[in-house]
Write a protein that binds this ligand. Sequence first.
Ligand SMILES: Nc1ncnc2c1ncn2[C@@H]1O[C@H](COP(=O)(O)OP(=O)(O)OP(=O)(O)O)[C@@H](O)[C@H]1O
Length: 258
Amino acid sequence: MGTPVNIIVGSHVWVEDSDVAWIDGEVEKLTGEEVITAKLSKIYPKDVEAPAGGVDDMTKLSYLHEPGVLQNLKIRYELNEIYTYTGNILIAINPFQRLPHIYDAHMMQQYKGAPFGELNPHVFAVADVAYRAMINEGKSNSILVSGESGAGKTETTKMLMRYLAYLGGRAVTEGRTVEQQVLESNPVLEAFGNAKTVRNNNSRGGSHYNVQHVFKMKQEEYTKEAIDWSYIEFVDNKDVLDLIEKKPGGIIALLDEA
Ligand SMILES: Nc1ncnc2c1ncn2[C@@H]1O[C@H](COP(=O)(O)OP(=O)(O)OP(=O)(O)O)[C@@H](O)[C@H]1O
């Protein structure tokens, strides 16, 4: 449902379109011949004062409806800003290109201990909060990474691991850093994850929507085992709600393309 109550002649609005999802325009008349004719219930108000570069946290938008959210993500994506917050949830859009400068050592250093929301939205910020909560509360924590197949969960999880290994700061064991050891075991887990994907695809008629990676950090042996990274894939919606109820230390939702 749109928000028809506020719509008058001259209002800036979003109108649903079957080709490009949403078109923006101005209301000329509420009845009669129009360039675009739309039902009032399908029209959403457009925030004409929204900043040209978008907002880094969607809770800053005047209207939190679908066209407003998508427009904000699109503007940011075009500026190569693939991450956006909605409160403490991180929304990520797959860049389909390497962006090494946003994951380098300098970036990790910047996010370490920085208050959440102070720097640009980033997967490191989510990892940082989750890690600090784990240390402060002395309890294991988890980060939920959610998105359809190909949205970038595996890549995101690698970045999470890299950052957590950096925070864990254990130097070198048997000539290899924790980060190297964790990353080296990734292909095995990926194979495991993919096998699950195939099986579940069949049983769920090919739906790709409920794919989740749950990334768990174990407090007890953090430096040694670094991570107890159970991958849970294809949990159903009920499981996701259960997980969210358990308040994971971080939630990252991945979208495929703007
Ligand atoms: N942050 C990123 N930076 C650069 N490329 C990325 C990023 N995230 C995803 N990609 C690109 O998208 C591809 C698919 O991502 P990925 O394998 O992580 O998806 P997935 O969500 O784990 O998929 P599946 O559920 O099918 O395993 C990657 O191979 C990579 O090319």
